[in-house]
Design a protein around this ligand. Structure first.
Ligand code: NAD
Ligand code: TYD
Length: 369
């Protein structure tokens, strides 16, 4: 269903709907969230997405005809469009996923990261503030601006450092994480200065269905399937904390309904793993699930030049969200990674579609040096 973005309804006469305006809902986490909220929570969703290389409407085919779902193709930086969406849909919340999200791309070309992640978030905040200011007192209290962010804003940990908490000082190291940190600060300021009821979630590395195969886990699954080399940066000892995407979506949903305005919530899987171990695990599962290639796929592992400024370790202390909202990850890494490998092996059409054209150019440019 397409959302009518031109019309004559005035803001003042309308009552706020029980509707969520989602940005970036055609991306990896956003599409998992939209599906969950429509299918499990009965929500009504308006999805605003620019459909960059990372956005894919195929992820949302199962709800495309649903009366509680509508899609608008557009840029979050387009304030006229965002204003008209607020006016026409009268949302009770906005959940903001839209971003440029890949660290390596931010190193090759940071401009879009600054534009979308910082200026785009600013545009949304300004239009949300204008809309929210015009609501009745009760509606103002109910409204939420939920900003989806990352653990990368906290920088890098030494091997024995305690995990990041919500009070860890920000120390972003890549253009991507710096742009996300800037957006987090803007969100914080809009609560502090204007009282906008914001919520920020900072989550660790996600994995699961619909992740664009430029990121570690899907890239390794597909290269392993095809018997291609598996490019591990540096010594492969960098550590990330991995969370199954559906657990992240559950956490966002809980923060949206029960989080305290102005607060930030760390979300993580309590699953610290070295990159090399992740890749070896994937090789073993692909060997088991896909046709053999004549040798163990772990022999495809190739150490390549390290990422500049590569953060050594991330780890999340997710005790606040557990204590306040009762959230804990449901999926173990062992079960989540098997589901994920199976999904990529069984969804050849999706894979073929996203790995055509510009994807091949990215892989050729990035891994050529
Ligand atoms: P993604 O790259 O898969 O999807 C981003 C989506 O945003 C795409 O659908 C894209 O078309 C859309 N988009 C990009 N620029 C836009 C613009 N200017 N206007 C409108 N739409 C635009 O990203 P993801 O992995 O799903 O991440 C979603 C959010 O979660 C991001 O804010 C990211 O920083 C955050 N996050 C991601 C992870 C992770 O592991 N992937 C972890 C923690 C936080
Ligand atoms: P990535 O999925 O890009 O997420 P992030 O950089 O946001 O954590 O990378 C995860 C880890 O895997 C990171 O330490 C970089 C590493 N990596 C490789 O070793 N090889 C690769 O080809 C890619 C894409 C990532």
């Amino acid at each position: 269903m397409n959302f009518p973005i031109s019309g004559t309804k005035g803001n003042a006469q309308l009552e706020m709907n029980n509707l969520i305006l989602v940005t970036g809902g055609a991306g990896f986490i956003g599409s998992n969230f939209v599906l969950k909220m429509i299918q499990d929570a009965g929500s009504t969703i308006v999805n605003l997405d620019k459909l960059t290389y990372a956005g894919n409407l195929r992820n949302l085919e199962s709800v495309s005809e649903n009366r509680r779902y509508s899609f608008v193709q557009g840029d979050i930086i387009d304030r006229d469009l965002v204003r008209s969406l607020f006016e026409k849909s009268q949302p009770s919340a906005i959940v903001h996923f839209a971003a440029e999200s890949h660290v390596d791309r931010s190193i090759h070309g940071p401009d879009e990261f600054i534009r979308t992640n910082i200026n785009g978030t600013f545009a949304l905040l300004e239009e949300a503030r204008a809309y929210w200011s015009g609501l009745s007192t009760t509606e103002r209290e109910k409204f939420r601006f939920l900003h989806v962010s990352t653990d990368e804003v906290y920088g890098s940990l030494a091997p024995n450092d305690p995990a990041f908490t919500e009070n860890t000082p920000y120390a972003p190291n890549s253009p991507y994480s710096a742009s996300k940190a800037a957006s987090d600060h803007l969100v914080r300021a809009y609560h502090h200065t204007y009282g906008l009821p914001t919520l920020t979630t900072n989550c660790s590395n996600n994995y699961g269905r619909f992740q664009f195969p430029e990121k570690l886990i899907p890239l390794m699954i597909l290269n392993a399937r095809d018997g291609k080399s598996l490019p591990v940066y540096g010594d492969g000892q960098n550590v990330r904390d991995w969370l199954y995407v559906e657990d992240h979506c559950d956490a966002i949903s809980l923060v949206l309904s029960g989080g305290r305005p102005g607060e930030t919530y760390n979300i993580g899987g309590w699953n610290e793993k070295r990159n090399l171990d992740i890749v070896k695990t994937i090789c073993g599962i692909v060997d088991e699930m896909a046709p053999p290639i004549g040798r163990p796929r772990s022999e495809l592992i190739t150490f390549v030049k390290d990422r500049p400024g590569h953060d050594r370790r991330y780890a999340m202390d997710a005790r606040k969200i557990e204590r306040e909202l009762g959230w804990k990850p449901k999926e173990t890494f062992e079960s989540g990674i098997r589901k994920t490998v199976r999904w990529y092996l069984e969804n050849e059409g999706w894979v073929r579609e996203v790995t055509s054209g510009s994807y091949r150019n990215w892989i050729a440019t990035h891994y050529s040096a």
